[in-house]
Design a binder for this molecule. Structure first.
Ligand SMILES: *Cc1c(COP(=O)(O)O)cnc(C)c1O
Length: 359
């Protein structure tokens, strides 16, 4: 029996996707080869790569003037690649701090430019997104960076900020493809694949054409977006299997009815779980209601000394990965696209039973 995996990443994959990967593993579509063995420049892999991009473009309605890159190094490499490529002769960049990941992105950027913190929810311990009316964006910034879902803190933007005079850059690692977005409101979007898009090893970058081509001097070739654009993300050997898995995920998402249908399911799953937490006197979620993440539901228990027992009992019932991130502690349930509603229902039943026995 498969467990319900609530880990923040790598995360659960749809069983259908895993079965298809298994069925195709030894001999992909009669090629006589496994995807694991294929040359990225051979007869077959380019088809897999192109189909993945076409499906992703369709799902997100990516406008023609945007390039889609499939890179390595994780979202963490993007923390450096973004300033290296997008400063374009400017010296400053503005960042909104809403939790652990935006802080990391900003720290890295500070190595390349003058960091301007345009807004922060530090005062409320990163339990909200600061109101955009209060943001103080430096007009000389090369770009404004946001983290649309704070995976560790459980905070998510419920809006797309309107910025003028500079591109908006977003780390969407943990909520990409979970709800509809208008790509044209962003200059650049990046996301590691291992949360909502498949498996670890591949990182998606969606970037508007006109931002490319002017890098910080000394930037290594592998860190230049426009070099990857020129070579169709095959400047070197790409992570072929992860690219293939990303394609299977896109195909699966299309068959779920596309992003609007998936978003509706995600909203419903998260609402159910928050209602359960709010309705109990035993569990607590301290995120401001209009900033709560649909992807990562963080919570604590009235008796934190029971956390180990909680996690162990949950594990024996097939509910795994509920421990909060070490930076913030507590508990966390990640409800990415692949988490079925039955998994959320099983968690809710478990939460009620545990409270009944030990609360
Ligand atoms: C997981 C995560 C990262 C780091 O991703 P890696 O691919 O491990 O580098 C960065 N930002 C956010 C929002 C994340 O959730």
């Amino acid at each position: 029996m498969r467990a319900y995996n609530f880990n923040a990443g790598p995360s659960m994959l749809p069983e259908e996707v895993l079965r298809r990967a298994r069925d195709e593993l030894l001999n992909w579509h009669g090629s006589g080869l496994s995807v694991l063995e294929m040359s990225h420049r051979g007869r077959f892999f380019p088809k897999i790569a192109q189909q993945a991009e076409a499906d992703l473009r369709e799902l997100m309605a990516i406008p023609a003037e945007y390039r889609v890159l499939f890179l390595q190094g994780g979202a963490t490499s993007q923390f450096a690649m973004v300033p290296m490529n997008l400063l374009r002769g400017k010296r400053k960049a503005s960042y909104i701090l809403t939790g652990e990941w935006s802080k990391k992105a900003a720290e890295e950027a500070a190595q390349f430019c003058q960091l301007h913190v345009a807004g922060t929810s530090e005062k409320d311990h990163y339990t909200s997104v600061p109101a955009p009316e209060t943001w103080q964006i430096d007009p000389d910034s090369a770009y404004l960076h946001i983290t649309t879902n704070e995976t560790i803190n459980g905070v998510e933007y419920q809006f797309t900020p309107d910025v003028e005079g500079m591109p908006l850059v977003a780390d969407m690692s943990s909520n990409i493809l979970s709800r509809p977005i208008d790509v044209s409101q962003y200059g650049l979007i990046y996301a590691g694949a291992q949360k909502n898009l498949g498996i670890a090893g591949i990182t998606l970058v969606i970037v508007r054409d006109d931002l490319l081509g002017r890098v910080v001097p000394g930037t290594p070739t592998m860190y230049q977006y426009h070099q990857h654009v020129k070579q169709h993300s095959m400047l070197n050997t790409p992570p072929t299997f992860a690219w293939y898995m990303l394609g299977l995920m896109c195909d699966w998402l299309k068959r779920q009815g596309g992003i609007p249908a998936v978003a509706e399911r995600n909203r419903h799953k998260a609402e159910k779980l928050y209602a359960c937490l709010d309705g109990s006197g035993f569990y607590h979620n301290g995120i401001r209601k209009d900033c709560r993440s649909r992807m990562n539901v963080v919570f604590t228990m009235k008796k934190p000394e029971l956390e180990e027992e909680f996690l162990e009992t949950a594990r024996t019932e097939g509910l795994i990965g509920l421990k909060g991130h070490r930076a913030v502690g507590g508990l966390r349930a990640s409800l990415y696209n692949a988490m079925p509603e039955e998994g959320v229902d099983a968690l809710i039943t478990f939460l009620r039973n545990f409270e009944h026995l030990r609360g």
